[in-house]
Ligand binder design. Structure first.
Ligand SMILES: [Fe+2]
Length: 449
């Protein structure tokens, strides 16, 4: 790869050329016997010779490691066969309508009512088998009329799933709610000032938290960067709080301009305030990261494309506006937590930095850290509870750790209680740095299929 190649085709981000299958993988340590499922992780991986013009536009490739009964049965990687991947279908058709299936489904892979979805915020979900084959686009029986965020939120109390879709044509923002049975039962347009890039949101026990931040739609940037979004100093920034009750209005509160790709949970405190933890980019940090996502190397920045943001807390008081506080000075991304605590005051939060995995204890205001090797970059650390867990951190963190160019990768399993090493699955190939992943637990029905 030449020095003039786009940043997203080099180093840890360099795509792999092939789909492969490897079986009976070597394991260091002892894989927990009860882990029965597949750790799957998505990320952009353009086809050989293809430069999509922007890291976020690379074709989605899902990497999976199948664990069962203390063994690592297989590793495989598969491109998500979307209509743009298979047929080169254009996102904007000749009649200017949008094809929500013509997307690189490259951002996340999540389990939802016995299905696995590959997600990207520009399009509809793509259903995948648990063996990582593409089934096809999924629109919840025709009820999903817009794109779907790659970061839906499951409410562990009501068993409902909340998500949204945004776009650069009206309706700019639509809220959706899925019943405990998996039926899309609510679609609600949310009024916003204009189209912005809205990557994530949050839920507390009774509210949805929206982020209207100054990365705005601008068609003029499309031809230059491949993405029609840019930072806008004049747009301002605001958080919106919306009660989950029918037809409730959003109350917007101004905050200092920033960008947030990822929230780190929200909850309601004893005073009725909504508390949002999030990974916050200062304007200069966002511009630097965005430049690299567009393909240009920023020599002032670190080696990783993400990891220039900080854990931040926003306390949204209906009467007094928003107070903000940076909780830590470590550069982090990809926040995760025990999702049984979504919407609640979770004690523990996990995230990754360029050289390791960090655990935050909000109650004790302390951190623990697991350092990876010098030529490694940790991926999102997904928390998997142990079967009979009582404590919030009783379980494991699973992270796909990328090696530098030509260096094999590994699936790392840590004890979430103290970040001690449990096991590592050695992969015979490298896995590029990517985006988000999930633990897809197998049940007997999927096993038979
Ligand atoms: Fe994300």
């Amino acid at each position: 790869m030449s020095e003039t190649s786009p940043f997203y085709l080099q180093g840890f981000l360099a795509p792999v050329a092939d789909e492969v299958d490897y079986y009976d993988l070597p394991v260091t340590g002892a894989l927990p016997y009860e882990l029965n499922g597949c750790y799957a992780r998505n990320g952009p991986n353009p086809l050989p010779g293809d430069d999509p013009g922007n890291w976020f536009l690379g074709a989605g490739m899902v990497h999976g490691v199948r664990l069962r009964a203390g063994k690592a049965e297989w590793y495989r990687n598969r491109w998500v066969r979307t209509n743009s991947f298979v047929e080169d279908a254009p996102y904007i058709r000749a009649d200017y309508s949008i094809d929500l299936t013509a997307v690189p489904a490259n951002t996340n892979v999540v389990a939802c009512h016995g299905k696995a979805f590959a997600l990207v915020e520009a399009g509809v979900p793509y259903e995948m088998t648990f063996g990582l084959d593409t089934v096809g686009p999924f629109d919840f029986g025709g009820r999903l009329k817009t794109a779907m965020t790659a970061h839906p939120k499951h409410d562990p109390v009501t068993e409902e799933m909340h998500f949204f879709g945004y776009g650069f044509r009206p309706p700019y923002l639509t809220y959706y709610r899925l019943s405990p049975e998996g039926e899309l039962v609510e679609s609600r347009e949310i009024e916003v000032i204009g189209p912005t890039m809205m990557h994530d949101f949050a839920i507390s026990s009774g509210h949805v938290v929206w982020m209207d931040l100054p990365v705005v739609f601008d068609v003029m940037t499309l031809s230059r960067t491949g993405m029609p979004y840019r930072w806008d100093d004049a747009y301002g920034a605001r958080l919106g709080v919306m009660p989950m009750t029918e037809d409730a209005k959003v109350t917007w509160h101004d905050i200092d301009p920033c960008y947030i790709f990822h929230t780190a949970n929200a909850y309601e405190d004893d005073s009725g305030r909504v508390v949002l933890n999030a990974i916050r980019y200062r304007p200069d940090a966002f511009k630097s990261v965005w430049t690299e996502i567009e393909g240009q190397y920023d020599p002032a920045a670190s080696a990783a494309i993400l990891g220039r943001a900080h854990l931040h807390r926003f306390v949204i008081d209906p009467a007094n506006g928003v107070s903000e506080e940076q909780l830590d000075d470590l550069d982090i991304e990809f926040p995760t937590w025990n999702i049984d605590r979504t919407g609640d005051d979770n004690r523990y939060l996990y995230a990754v930095s360029v050289d390791g995995i960090v655990k935050y204890d909000h109650r004790n205001d302390s951190t623990e850290f697991y350092k990876v090797g010098r030529d490694q970059l940790p991926g999102e650390a997904v928390f998997v509870p142990s079967r009979h867990s009582r404590g919030e951190d009783e379980g494991w963190l699973i992270s796909l750790v990328s090696g530098a160019e030509d260096t094999p990768s590994e699936l790392l399993v840590l004890d979430a209680r103290d970040l001690t090493f449990v096991a590592s699955v050695q992969l015979p190939c490298r896995v590029p740095e990517g985006l988000h992943g999930s633990w897809l637990p197998y049940d007997e029905e999927q096993e038979a299929a």
